[in-house]
Structure formats: structure tokens, C-alpha cells
Design a protein around this ligand. Structure first.
Ligand SMILES: [Fe+2]
Length: 179
């Protein structure tokens, strides 16, 4: 077996703001960081989250560093740019949580904008995906194994997919993910 993904690390500017997103919106579980990172001469602000057997590390940017960290400054949501993907149990639940929190497809506020790709088998990735921006404009993908949502509900969420297209895949969607 080859190597496993151990963690992904992202620079952030404001830890409270990022915690609100990663824990508050996405529901990630924060775990303790190593002691020397929390206190002492080598400490620096950040937060670690457990993601299955891997982790997501947020590191607060140090403005004094000679080489600044990498940000997607001014860039909008882009599924083909650098991104982190989280696998969730329920696509329907993830969509519901995000729409309840004000996310929608084509929202003029970049931080409430959402892109949704149902990606049925033989189309796209083969699993449904949602894309949003974190508070520092890092693109985050949320995906699930199956499209566990009725086509009518997907249409009602107004995710930017024409009703005809939803109707076309409705049979297959129902088959792969019974309600
Ligand atoms: Fe992806």
C-alpha cells in the first residue's frame, strides 16, 4: 500500500473567523495541537481538525514572515483551482445545512456563493459535489457517495440546474439513492 494522506495545512488570517466556518458551518471536530505549538517560544496560533484518519491544520499567517503564505487573493470559487475535499455521509443534509446558513448558487456574496454538481454515474466525478469558499478564499469541496436527495427537492433548492436536466436524471438518481 502506498502512503496515506496525513493532513492538509491552510494559512488563515483570523482564527476565530476560520473556526466559525470549519466548526460552526462545516461541523468539523477540533483536536488539541502539540503542546509546543500552543505555548512556549516556538508557539504559533492555529487549529487542528480531525477528518477521519487525517487532519486539517489551520495556521495563522505571520505578517512578519519574509515569504508570505499562499492565498487565493481576490479569487472567486473555482472547482479547478487548489481545493480541499471533505467526504460527508449525506449530500442532502450538507445541502440543507448550507442553504439554511444562507448559501446559494450564484449568491453575489462570494462567501455565500455555492456551486453544486450532482455528478451522476457516467457524468463528471460520479459522486455529488458542493463547492464553497472558506473565509480566506480557500475553495472547499464537500462530496458524498450518493445523491441521497429527491430530484424535486434538488430542483426546489434552485441550485442552478435546469428542471429538464433534473427530470432527465431523476430515474437514475432514485435508483442509486432510494429516499
Ligand atoms: Fe475535487
Amino acid at each position: 500500500m502506498g502512503p496515506e494522506l496525513h493532513h492538509v495545512s491552510l494559512p488563515v488570517e483570523n482564527l476565530a473567523r476560520s473556526r466559525e466556518f470549519y466548526a460552526g458551518v462545516l461541523g468539523l471536530i477540533e483536536v488539541p495541537r502539540p503542546g509546543p505549538f500552543e505555548a512556549g517560544p516556538k508557539s504559533f496560533p492555529g487549529a487542528w481538525y480531525q477528518l477521519g484518519s487525517g487532519q486539517l491544520h489551520l495556521i495563522v499567517s505571520d505578517p512578519g514572515r519574509a515569504s508570505p503564505p499562499t492565498y487565493r487573493t481576490n479569487k472567486k470559487l473555482d472547482a479547478r483551482d487548489v481545493h480541499v475535499a471533505l467526504r460527508v455521509r449525506s449530500f442532502a443534509k450538507a445541502l440543507e445545512v448550507l442553504t439554511t446558513k444562507g448559501y446559494r448558487v450564484g449568491h453575489p456574496d462570494d462567501f455565500k456563493d455555492m456551486r453544486v454538481s450532482p455528478n451522476l454515474p457516467h457524468q463528471g466525478a460520479g459522486f455529488p459535489q458542493i463547492y464553497i469558499l472558506d473565509p480566506d478564499r480557500h475553495t472547499v469541496e464537500i462530496n458524498a457517495e450518493t445523491l441521497d436527495i429527491a430530484p424535486e427537492r434538488l430542483a426546489a433548492l434552485d441550485i442552478g440546474i435546469p428542471r429538464e436536466e433534473i427530470a432527465r436524471f431523476s430515474h437514475e438518481a432514485t435508483r442509486i439513492a432510494p429516499p
